[in-house]
Ligand binder design. Sequence first.
Ligand SMILES: C[S@@+](CC[C@H](N)C(=O)[O-])C[C@H]1O[C@@H](n2cnc3c(N)ncnc32)[C@H](O)[C@@H]1O
Length: 294
Amino acid sequence: MYTIKDYQQKLNKTIDIEKVLDLWKLYSDDMYKLYEPHLLNKEVLIVGAGHLTDFPMKKIINKASNISLYDIDKAAMLLGLETQNIDKLEVTCITGDLTKLDKTDFFKQVITLLQAKDLEGIKRFFAIVSHMNLNLDINQKFDLLIISPFYTQLLLPQYLSYLNEFVENSLFNEYLQPLLLLISEFINKINEQLLNCINSNGKVVVMSDHLEFILDDPNYLKIRKDNNQLAIDKYYEDYLSKYGHGLGSYGLENLVEKTKLIHKSWHWWPFNEKKVLLVKMGIMEKLKVGENDV
Ligand SMILES: C[S@@+](CC[C@H](N)C(=O)[O-])C[C@H]1O[C@@H](n2cnc3c(N)ncnc32)[C@H](O)[C@@H]1O
């Protein structure tokens, strides 16, 4: 009832895939052009595959030697393939939970602690959970790993929904901080695990949402009008110095620290009729053994 799988499936089900495929086409084609040179005859793993609406799957399948998809929501991957007229036998779908918390009763315990307004209990519980082993349930190596935006989806939206239900607004921040700490530790471990499943000369393409704007936000209208990568860099640096990293930028930068960055670019993700997300794409090479030693 409180599983991450149920939560994500419910969320994914609210999406009208046909409509979104259309809305996201330019965005996904733009990004495809950037990672296309790294696809030819490669074994590819797409993590956070979901409905695959941010991937022109036919083009990817035609270039790569084989494709595996990873997500907690199997039904979303199957529906995504069907919508792009792709036989499910053309890819391998791996259903798994990056956090491994669905093996435990994590959110059931969280709810009990939130209902009791036991902040110290939450901190103690998360401190224990942070030591969990997050071995990835993938036992194959790939040449190219493509990460669709998932860092901001890990645990946070679900936890926020329970905070809304059980904790008054004035206490939100206090209850949020221990979770953000836990997620950062999880992201670090998940990134390590993901890097372990690519070959020594493998590459990683990361797409990560950094900011969210309502379409008539004057800040958005201004940077969109300037339409230049340096102006977005500058806007984001100012934002970082005021507010610090969000989970999206933390996830990407954490991966940059463990790899060699060969490309970065900003993209506007037309999420729905009301909001647009600012996504950073990074393309990285896996470091050779010893390359990141000081
Ligand atoms: C924002 S979506 C990415 C967009 C997606 N490629 C699409 O086109 O629908 C994030 C995806 O991450 C998946 N996800 C969230 N938490 C997960 C977890 N713990 N393990 C595996 N996948 C997870 C969700 O099911 C969702 O499909």
